[in-house]
Design a protein around this ligand. Structure first.
Ligand SMILES: NC(=O)c1ccc[n+]([C@@H]2O[C@H](COP(=O)([O-])OP(=O)(O)OC[C@H]3O[C@@H](n4cnc5c(N)ncnc54)[C@H](O)[C@@H]3O)[C@@H](O)[C@H]2O)c1
Length: 311
């Protein structure tokens, strides 16, 4: 893999991924007890990986683990909004990993509740202080996960080099959403959290290859999970809008982890009428020929590593 990101067009997502490349990897999945995260965990184990789930709901995580090969799924009680609990999650993953390494981290835990910023309280004499829990969980919690993934991936890289070994591939997969790309009226906090995570991917993809870490995004269209409230489901159904499949989200995850050449890309998970395998490279995170912002982006990137190292 190149040590810097360079755009070379979208990844062909019509090919069967080489699942052998996922075998025996230790993968952390936050929010892995339910919904998309649970299917990620199941699919990873079926591909021969080890999974450490970090979730508020350990009971459901343990129940899921009970249905899968013994000794492959571990569950840690973790509120992603707690730095200390996330530190513990990573420590547990390392102690459970047969190689003592973490190979991939999936920043998945997220919530979608009513939006207190958008809520109209103009009939009241005073505004209600809004909850920003969506940002706390999706964005701040996600940033903690990203920080810890980078910390451990960089340490593993240093250890490999010190031992005179070729550094291993490590992978950070960030769960954004179509709400990170499309206008979502009424969902300021949720959209801001998913745009924010997308920004993290775009920023990181230029530097992580230096320690052999790849960073990619998954951006699902609507998937029928417990996160979607009933009235929202009814609205989608009433308009005849198709769902994306949770299995195809797992297909996208496997395709990213299995291919050591995929870095800096975003895979949309969409209904199969839009993509044969239910996911495709959305190809919206790179400025194209003639784009007005291209020159400015070029100037920023010409500052090279010195810009990143100002930190
Ligand atoms: N379902 C969709 O349509 C859809 C679309 C785009 C993106 N997403 C994203 O996919 C991710 C998973 O969503 P889902 O649909 O599977 O939701 P879900 O509600 O089915 O599952 C979310 C999981 O996260 C856990 N969780 C919630 N808060 C947590 C916290 N503070 N710390 C640790 N774990 C926590 C829950 O216990 C649960 O296991 C989210 O980031 C969501 O924003 C979902």
């Amino acid at each position: 893999m190149a040590t810097h990101y360079a755009y070379s067009g979208p990844i062909d997502c019509t090919q069967e991924p080489n699942v052998n490349n996922v075998k025996d990897k230790m993968v952390i999945v936050t929010g892995g007890s339910h919904g998309i995260g649970a299917v990620y965990a199941r699919t990873l184990v079926q591909a021969g990986a080890y999974v450490m789930i970090g979730d508020l709901d350990t009971k459901s995580g343990e129940a899921l683990a009970g249905t899968l090969q013994e000794g492959r799924v571990f569950v840690s009680r973790c509120d992603v909004n707690s730095w200390d609990e996330q530190v513990k999650l990573f420590d547990e993953a390392i102690s459970r990993s047969p190689t003592g390494r973490v190979d991939a981290v999936v920043v998945n835990a997220g919530i979608a509740t009513t939006d207190g910023i958008f809520a109209d309280d103009s009939e009241q004499d005073y505004p209600t202080k809004p909850s920003v829990r969506i940002l706390d969980v999706n964005l701040i919690g996600g940033m903690y996960t990203i920080k810890l993934a980078l910390y451990h991936f960089r340490r593993q890289y240093r250890r490999d080099l010190a031992a005179g070994k070729e550094a291993s591939d490590t992978s950070l997969i960030i769960q954004s959403s179509m709400a990170g790309y499309l206008d979502m009226p009424g969902s300021l906090l949720y959209a801001a959290s998913k745009f924010g995570l997308r920004a993290a991917m775009a920023s990181l993809r230029h530097t992580t290859p230096q320690h052999r870490t790849r960073v990619n995004l998954i951006a699902p269209w609507f998937i029928n999970t417990g996160m979607i409230p009933e009235h929202f489901m009814d609205l989608i159904a009433s308009k005849g809008i198709a769902w994306a499949s949770v299995q195809d989200a797992a297909g996208a995850l496997i395709a990213i982890i299995a291919n050591p050449l995929v870095n800096g890309r975003s895979f949309a998970v969409v209904p199969r009428k839009w993509a044969p395998r239910g996911y495709l490279d959305i190809d919206q995170d790179d400025l194209k020929e003639g784009d007005r912002l291209g020159e400015w982006q070029g100037l920023l990137l010409s500052l090279g590593d010195e810009l990143a190292n100002l930190n």
